[in-house]
Design a protein around this ligand. Structure first.
Ligand code: FMN
Length: 339
């Protein structure tokens, strides 16, 4: 097994064994919405649909990047996620494809278009790899193998510092990302992995032509804590709650809605969190950790989990009197209080 595939297995093991990796302070509880006792809507006619990357979604749900690699269980997880994404008509992103660039055996776990022929799929590479010799060639391979609609470049400076073998040279990445943006056949999305994006980060991305961001805020999965299991030096626990929550990041994104679109993710745990995210300007909502155990079980279990999110999303939308996605998106009138 390659070093990267082994690392992916270690991450899953840590998540299974340490419940405190889920931090549970994602900031959504502080936002309260205006209940409508007279919604003047038929619940069954509430329209949850939206579009993402020019494709229809049944509701604004994205399976966030998790895994892939040269081991059967990682392939099975991705197949279950892709089949469920197609059946539920939601989007899916894969985990870092560095494993398949460095080990051809891992490629199979990213050949997911056969299981999800119509839904948006997002490829994934670490931005820091652009300082380690990666460029358009590797990006094209990641996109082509997945037959992807977009490419995530993940930004994970904290994780790399805590990781024993981490790549920590984040200097001068912007010109390399800019070059990739100009050559990529699909949109490039800048994504954190659980520490959020600030207004300054978003401005830097916009300046080099980025049109999509995934804020991936803190309060859900803590990568600092996951890596602390492997580093054992205490730094990972000290930084386990570092960063901006998803609501904080969405507020930071507010001035930029004319220039870019935003994916809300990080600590989204139910359909009410999703509705709050859309109200705060998230075009789509990404969920990772809650889908890991279902994906290890079966496609049906992933579908059931997604349908549970959808039922809560539709209920909250109904109770706000919001007919469709447009009635929710960036509609601050729906917020009662936000402490
Ligand atoms: C098991 C697991 C593996 C992950 N691997 C990646 C990855 O390879 N690349 C990436 O960009 N994010 C990765 N993430 C981060 C998620 O995509 C997401 O940004 C983060 O977990 C916050 O979402 P959550 O709170 O819903 O888990 C991973 C998350 C999990 C739970």
């Amino acid at each position: 097994m390659s070093v990267i595939t082994q690392r992916k297995q270690d991450h899953i093991q840590a998540l299974t064994q340490d419940p405190a990796i889920e931090r549970g302070q994602a900031g959504f509880d502080a936002i309260r919405l205006t209940h409508r006792a007279l919604p003047e809507l038929n619940y069954h006619e509430v329209d949850t649909r939206t579009t993402f990357l020019n494709k229809p979604l049944s509701f604004p749900f994205l399976i966030s990047s998790m895994t892939g690699g040269g081991a059967d269980n990682l392939h099975t997880i991705n197949q279950h996620l892709a089949e469920a994404a197609e059946a539920c008509q939601v989007a899916m992103a894969v985990g870092s494809q560095r494993s398949m660039i460095e080990d051809p055996k891992a490629e199979k776990s990213f050949q997911l278009r056969q299981f999800a022929p119509t839904t948006p799929l997002i490829a994934n590479l670490g931005a820091v790899q652009l300082n380690e010799g990666y460029g358009i060639e590797q990006a094209r391979r990641a996109i082509d193998v997945l037959e992807a609609d977009a490419l995530y470049l993940h930004l994970n400076p904290l994780q790399e510092v805590i990781q024993p073998e981490g790549d920590t040279n984040f200097a001068n990445l912007l010109p390399k990302i800019e070059k990739l943006v100009s050559k990529s056949p699909v949109p490039i999305i800048l994504k954190e992995v659980g520490c959020g994006l600030s207004a300054q980060d978003i401005q830097r991305g916009i300046d080099i032509g980025i049109k999509w961001f995934d804020v991936a805020g803190r309060g859900g999965t803590s990568w600092s804590r996951i890596e602390s299991h492997r580093s054992g030096n205490g730094l990972g626990e000290l930084f386990q709650d570092w960063g901006l929550t998803t609501p904080e990041s969405l507020r930071q994104a507010h001035p930029f809605h004319e220039q870019a679109q935003f994916i809300a993710s990080g600590g989204i745990r139910n359909g009410i969190d999703m509705v709050k995210s859309v109200i705060m300007g998230g075009s789509v909502c990404g969920v990772a950790a809650p889908l890991l155990a279902p994906a290890q079980e079966s496609t049906q279990t992933v579908m059931d989990t997604i349908e549970h999110f959808k039922a809560a999303y539709q209920t909250a939308q109904f109770l706000l009197g919001a007919t469709n996605f447009e009635a929710l998106f960036l509609n601050s009138d729906l917020i009662l209080t936000a402490s």
